[in-house]
Ligand binder design. Structure first.
Ligand code: PEP
Ligand code: MG
Length: 755
């Protein structure tokens, strides 16, 4: 049964559109359960009905036409209870509704299971039997398990199908936008360009060939190079592997010299496909054939085909630099858009970012906010590779994505985008004004920077300095650890451009979602693993090189401060402070006149919250990393789209932890700032003001928004709001309360589209 289940889900996942997906489901399920009928109804909440979308066994003419009112019949019952219903004689049930048009009246046995995603019922999967039949446990659990996996595939197929947009289907389909999480506020309307990882077949976008002959030539060259590689590999391994295993190489070489793979790809190119997508589709077609085989050995061969595909793709992608023409209004779309992808596009052309993976605290979202580019993250149902060239609207306030939007939707968003622009213009007037509350309390705003080196001075004029310079990026884009001199150049540039304003350089925080290509770390739970300061302590040579570079860059600037991330215990700080002192003393011995900088720690691990006083006593300042603190307090991976809804820095537990940190730091007179993304959130900054936080550090794109909020509130009112919020139990309650607080001040435009 497990095998059948796996195969059905696989086929549904590969379906081109919703109709194909549903067709597969009804046919395969009917056969697997030996039922007389299998049908799928999809629920359209707007129209308040359940539409018969596919059937094997009932009258085909009824498909798309039969619509059962939302709360009527057994389908309505399964949907409203969100529970399965197993009846040996459906017609004797009080909720039974006789539907003539489907010809179903003569069926007695009934098993209906809800198709649910993210707590929402999308539809009902039903099997029927002419004779009375109470479906057995095996059948019930089969259908149940299948339905649980189908929801995602159905939404995916539906979204893919909408791209081909036949109006009739769009009318049938209940969803009209894809839901993700807000990544960076704002509205964008533009053309999708797909960002993709090299040698990732699934990420290759569908494009048309611009030069068929050239593409075919390129393809043959790439195939030739893979053949050479395989022959060499076989040769090299000849002493180490058995003849049987060597035969695998022969089989692979055969696949490349025999014509199917090659000629199918060439055929596709001749029909107008771009070489990479032609290869992708050919490989997909072949693997699908293998995947559906019952023999596990043959199924494995499917992965060989994929491997060959990836090898060829690698040569196609690296043999020649990739040239993409970015349209004027590019919306970068990808399965997992990275900070490096962003660096490829000129800032003037990039108007939006949509990523299937990640959440608002992923680094790419942070970068998007820094650049003031709207972004939607964690759109799990995004058919990323199929949207190339489509018109797309993204709503970064509500986390919505509209692909090939209807004219009315576009019109509305054009209006909202215009209002957003007006708002931005109004905000421009705040440049140069102090960040001061109406009762005269100054709340200095600092800049978070460093994610992409060339953007480090973005927003520089508005900020009082740099509150967080992330040093990872220069480490991530190299093929080895940067040496002391390279690092000095880097740090000098940032210290220089802000001098005399303070610059807080954070020591290396790799691991977690920031791996280094040349320093592979393989661990099951990277965020709970070898990360940040833990690596620095285990590799003092890496840490000392960085500290030496920072101290040397600081000579003559007088604005350097150093911050230590991921602190989880007191001895860590003692040891790190000793190392910093050692680097300082050694440099002095070497003749460099370096001064000891102010050193602070980040509070971003729950254990540090409870030892705030011991930590504050030891250092010069405290900065709260709410991105990680939220993830660790709530046990919600900050990059995981499936739990993104649970990630909330307005959660009462987070707020209470913050109060505790601020009070602890104040006890020792240490200045306290917040450098997580919460600081740049208009809703949250009022509460931070109320807590007595001394400064805020944020992405460039948030500076003016937060200044506007700070200048609209008094510290007294902020304290009052904090007191109210601390009595609340539910994060949503806090969010709603703060939204109305901003609305009362005429600042609603900062948290939703329009003015
Ligand atoms: C944080 O965790 O809040 C933080 C500022 O650091 P990063 O986002 O780089 O992990
Ligand atoms: Mg952090």
């Amino acid at each position: 049964m497990l095998d059948i289940l796996r195969r059905i889900v696989q086929k549904v996942n590969a379906a081109q559109d919703l109709d194909c997906a549903l067709e597969i489901i009804v046919k395969q399920v009917k056969r697997a359960i030996s039922a007389d009928v299998c049908s799928v109804y999809l629920t359209d909440i707007d129209q308040r009905n359940h539409v018969l979308m596919a059937t094997d066994g009932l009258l085909q003419e009824a498909v798309g036409k039969v619509k059962i009112p939302l709360h009527r019949g057994l389908i309505g019952l399964v949907c409203e209870r969100a529970e399965l219903l197993n009846l040996d004689d459906a017609s004797s049930h009080p909720r039974y509704l006789r539907v003539i048009e489907t010809g179903e009246a003569s069926y007695k046995g009934f098993l209906g299971v809800p198709i649910i995603q993210h707590r929402k019922v999308l539809g009902v999967l039903v099997v029927r039997q002419e004779a009375p039949r109470c479906f057995g446990d095996n059948e019930v659990t089969f259908l149940f398990t299948l339905a649980a996996q189908l929801a995602g595939a159905i939404i995916h197929a539906q979204a893919s199908g909408e791209l081909v947009t036949h109006q009739s289907q769009a009318e049938k389909a209940p969803i009209r936008f894809l839901q993700g999480r807000p990544g960076s506020t704002g509205v964008a309307i533009g053309t999708a360009v797909v960002a993709f990882r090299q040698a990732d077949l699934d990420a290759v976008p569908d494009r048309s060939s611009t030069n068929t002959e050239e593409d075919i030539k390129e393809f043959h060259v790439a195939v030739g190079r893979v053949q050479d590689d395989l022959r060499q590999l076989k040769e090299r391994l000849s002493d180490d592997i058995s003849a049987e295993d060597r035969a695998l190489f022969d089989a692979l070489l055969l696949m490349l010299s025999g014509d199917t793979l090659v000629s199918h790809t060439v055929d596709r190119i001749n029909k107008g496909e771009w070489v990479q997508s032609a290869l992708h589709h050919t490989i997909e077609e072949h693997t699908r054939a293998f995947d559906s085989m019952d023999d596990p050995y043959l199924r494995e061969r499917g992965s060989d085909v994929r491997d060959l595909g990836r090898r060829i793709l690698h040569y196609l992608q690296t043999g020649k630099p990739r040239e993409v023409n970015y349209p004027d209004k590019t919306i970068l779309v990808g399965d997992d858009v990275s900070a490096v992808d962003l660096a490829e596009i000129s800032k003037e052309r990039l108007v939006g970012i949509i990523s299937a993976k990640g959440s608002s605290s992923s680094h790419v979202a942070i970068l998007a906010r820094a650049m003031g580019v709207p972004a939607v993250m964690g759109v799990t149902d995004l058919p990323a590779s199929r949207v190339e060239g489509c018109e797309v609207i993204l709503d970064g306030y509500r986390g919505r994505v509209y692909i090939a939007p209807a004219p009315a939707v576009k019109q509305e968003y054009e209006r909202l985008a215009k209002e957003d622009q007006e708002l931005s213009r109004e905000m421009e007037a705040l440049r140069g004004e102090p960040s001061e509350t109406t009762d005269g309390v100054l709340m200095p705003l600092y800049l978070n920077t460093g994610l992409v080196s060339e953007m480090s001075t973005l927003g520089a004029d508005e900020a009082e300095g740099v509150g967080l310079y992330r040093t990872e990026f220069p480490f991530m884009v190299r093929d080895r650890f940067p040496g002391e001199e390279v690092q000095i150049t880097n740090y000098t540039r940032i210290l220089d451009s802000f001098t005399p304003r303070p610059v807080v350089l954070r020591t290396l925080d790799i691991g977690g979602d920031k791996p280094l290509p040349y320093f592979p770390i393989s661990e099951p739970n990277p965020f709970l693993g070898w990360r940040g300061i833990r690596i620095s302590l285990d590799h003092p040579e890496i840490f000392l090189t960085q500290i030496r570079a920072m101290l040397r860059a600081g000579i003559g600037h007088n604005n350097l401060q150093i911050m230590l991330p991921m602190i989880s215990s007191v001895p860590e700080v003692d040891e790190l402070l000793m190392l910093i002192q050692r680097a300082h003393d050694e440099l002095m011995e070497e003749g460099y006149v370096v001064s000891m900088p102010r050193v602070g720690v980040m509070i971003e691990v729950p254990s540090a919250v409870y030892q705030i006083e011991e930590l504050a006593r030891r250092v010069d300042f405290i900065s709260i990393g709410t991105n990680d603190l939220t993830q660790y307090l709530l046990a919600v991976d900050r990059n995981n789209a499936f739990v993104a809804e649970l990630y909330d820095d307005l959660h009462p537990a987070v707020l209470r932890a913050l109060v505790q940190i601020v009070d602890g730091a104040k006890k020792y007179g240490r200045p306290i700032s917040v450098c997580g993304e919460m600081a740049g959130n208009p809703l949250a900054c009022v509460l931070l003001l109320g807590m007595g936080v001394d400064s805020l550090s944020m992405s460039a794109g948030s500076l003016l928004k937060v200044k506007w909020v700070i200048r609209s509130f008094s510290r007294t009112l902020a304290k009052q709001h904090l007191r109210s919020v601390l009595r609340m139990e539910d994060p949503k309650q806090v969010r709603n309360f703060m939204t109305s607080a901003l609305e009362d001040m005429g600042l609603a435009g900062l948290v939703r589209p329009g003015k």
